[in-house]
Ligand binder design. Structure first.
Ligand code: ADP
Ligand code: MG
Length: 387
């Protein structure tokens, strides 16, 4: 399967650039099981990799030129000079791969040029991290072709810097680390403060369960501004409480922290979400480690309520997925990703999957919403060389 994909992407590379690529790499999108908006609070997250990947065929060049092409965008080959790359100069898709090259060079790595052809099956803008997949696949290819010897977490940091500074999007570190470091059959328990990580076995099929991703296919236009407000609110909370990040408030101290915030109602809600969400990640880890997989369902449901009522980043489409799935027998469900659209996840017994899918789809039709895309998410490999 991945051999066939690698062949297709390599042949297209040859048509475009008139020579064989030096290799083909893949990096996945991700879905986050639990730990939402904690990554910019130095907290815990727990993503796993999707089978959907960005694939890159790449050849190195030594003349200071970067050429970029995507099979998924209606434009030809973009040619850039490495010494002209500059942050926030590009508002198109090429900013993601060019930003990675810029970040590597900024960090002192001697990248001398490349021809890159990309093709991705990660749905774009669905909260499944198509942008991180694109960045990480380029970073991994250049790491190999220029023998940089960087580890997955180091590539993730550079990709985050590319997205923060070059693209100009204030994202946390979860997506890039997930794409770079996840492993088949596992969820990644990641401490975003120091990037220490633990692979947690997560094989639902072996226990007769499934995890569905429901892509609502909507993205509400105010999502970026709201993300910035939540980040700013969390920073304000940390400052008022005298800590570096909200991660530093232990769950046991939550009530005392909330009392100290007095009438800062908005900040209190944000703080409560982050502190309880970090505790939920730890609960899910310990339940999975003790084999109590079904018991994570209620934790996911609580996580959704916290995002809806305290963090206030859900929307009618996401709430409808969660409410309908739970009403038709799901073990747990919650929105995942940034919010205001994108995707929700549903944990269900295998035999309930068809009924849940049907009920959710019908509920969307009755509400007049766009038909959602439902697929099963199996924990898949992280970034790797295919060819
Ligand atoms: P998400 O990461 O949740 O999918 P983002 O807004 O962070 O959403 O990233 C989506 C952007 O990434 C797209 O607008 C596009 O610029 C870029 N992108 C994603 N996939 C591709 C692709 N296959 N080819 C070119 N650009 C892509
Ligand atoms: Mg993204």
């Amino acid at each position: 399967m991945s051999e066939a994909v690698a062949q297709t992407v390599a042949s297209r590379f040859s048509e475009l650039y008139g020579a064989e690529p030096h290799g083909v790499w893949a990096a996945p999108g991700r879905v986050n099981l639990i730990g939402e908006h904690t990554d910019y609070n130095d907290g815990f997250v727990m993503p796993f990799a999707l089978p959907h990947t960005a694939v890159a065929a790449v050849a190195r060049r030594d003349d200071g030129i970067l050429r970029l092409h995507s099979a998924d965008v209606e434009s030809g080959v973009t040619e850039l000079r490495l010494d002209a790359l500059s942050p926030e100069s590009d508002k198109t898709w090429t900013a993601y791969p060019a930003g990675v090259v810029w970040a590597l060079r900024e960090a002192g790595h001697a990248i001398t040029g490349a021809d890159i052809h990309l093709s991705s099956t990660v749905p774009s803008g669905a909260g499944l991290s198509s942008s991180a997949a694109l960045e990480v696949v380029v970073a991994l290819a250049l790491n190999d072709l220029f023998s940089l010897g960087l580890r997955g977490w180091q590539l993730a940091r550079l990709c985050q810097r590319a997205e923060n500074v070059y693209v100009g999007a204030p994202v946390g570190i979860m997506d890039q680390t997930a794409s770079a470091c996840c492993e088949t059959g596992h969820a990644l328990f990641l401490d975003t403060r120091d990037l220490s990580q633990k692979q947690i076995p997560f094989d639902l099929a072996a226990e007769g369960m499934r995890l569905l991703v429901v892509d609502t296919q909507v993205k509400h236009s105010h999502s970026e501004g709201e993300y910035g407000k939540r980040r700013a609110g969390c920073e304000k909370g940390a400052a008022l409480l005298g800590v570096d990040a909200l991660r530093d408030i232990p769950y046991a101290d939550l009530d005392a922290a909330l009392a100290r915030l007095g009438d800062e109602e908005e900040v209190r809600r944000l703080v409560r979400h982050i502190v309880t969400e970090n505790a939920r990640v730890e609960r899910v880890v310990s339940l999975l480690e003790s084999g109590e997989t079904r018991a994570i369902g209620p934790v996911l449901i609580e996580g959704h309520a916290s995002l809806r009522d305290d963090f206030r980043i859900s929307c009618p489409e996401l709430d409808l997925v969660v409410d309908t799935a739970l009403a038709s027998g799901a073990l747990g469900a919650r929105m995942t990703g940034g919010g205001f659209g994108g995707s929700a996840i549903v944990l269900a017994e295998e035999q309930d999957v068809d009924a849940i899918t049907k009920t959710v789809t019908e509920a969307f039709a009755s509400a007049g919403f766009t038909t959602p895309r439902v697929f099963e998410a199996v924990p898949s490999p992280g970034a790797r060389r295919l060819h």
